[in-house]
Design a binder for this molecule. Sequence first.
Ligand code: CTP
Length: 403
Amino acid sequence: MSILSGKKILLGITAGIAAYKTASLVRLFIKLGAEVKVVMTPASKDFITPLTLSTLSKNPVHSTFYDKEDENELWNNHVDLGLWADYMVIAPATANTMSKMANGTCDNLLLATYLSSKCPVYFAPAMDLDMYIHPSTKETLNKLQSFGNTIIPATSGELASGLIGEGRMAEPEDIVSFIENDVLSKLPLKGKKVLLTAGPTYEAIDPVRFIGNHSSGKMGFAIAKAAANLGAEVFLISGPSHQQINHSFVKRIDVVSADEMYNAAHNYFKEVDIAILSAAVADYKPKNVASQKIKKKDASLDIQLEPTKDILASLGKIKENQFLVGFALETNNELQNAKSKLERKNLDAIVLNSLQDKGAGFATDTNKITIIDKDLNEKAFELKSKVEVAKDIMNEIVNKINA
Ligand code: CTP
């Protein structure tokens, strides 16, 4: 899965011949799972039609603040567009537009949107070779980069003028790869490895029966995705769960029992930087597992149980530089219980959810958490979707490991 999947990309098109290539650029972004909106300078419409771009992007294309011909036309809000985007990409970026960007001129919708955007901005210059090497262009490029914009360098080749030299807009495939690599290299968990446990465990009674619990794995899987989206390589050790995950940074290791989860967690722990144990591990397992199906008898059936190994506590004992996070699902004395677990199991943080809170806990799509760090600072969060909660947890961890 591309790092741009699910991202909102605002493509700004200016009036260079390379504008015709933006049809491919839009398609490539869409193919990667990004959402694309297009703003154009009025003059760029001579090179490619808004109809082509709105069809490919499946979104309206704007080039003016409002359409003078249409009395019902709404004001195209550049501030909204700028705030909507996760990334703004200006391709092709002509000498004229770049110079205006460098000087804060905003005499069209694209420039006003650029000026009010808060997201990272990429720009792919395109012009003839003498224009590209002109000192004023060089100064403009430097100025734009000094503002924090990222240049996608022009390449050498045959130009529209027939001359050969530097100034060709990077090819759409290369623009996409450039942005993907740049985004990846700036992610806060790039180069870090994360171990996660998720879901329930099943403890066999006989070949057909087990002791399990209602954990769905939703919270753990959401955390795995959030960590991967921050650039981490994730080892997701999952008990039996119907959850699916499709992310090239996530390696899923399926286990069934607490013992298997224990072994898998210990296999990976030494090499990871962060371990988050969100699984609802069975605390007890049958002492003897019947090798044949247990037959029904009239008398009652007693199954003797013995404790499973506490995976989290065992990692807390051997931890070196790993940032170790546990979960506590409590029904009463929540904060006190969570804090005592944090200390007992030698954790760096614990995520508390209380079954007293509506919408928190197993099998729901929402959760309400409090994160407690090892100095016993508490941070309570609102009721949110598990996807949002996962992002909060990962952001807190990133803040803590960078503190
Ligand atoms: N955990 C674990 N291995 C176990 C049991 C629990 O790794 N065998 C982890 C869970 O994944 C969770 C944390 O420990 O991160 C808290 O689990 P919990 O069962 O609530 O804690 P216990 O110490 O077992 O306390 P109690 O059941 O008495 O509340």
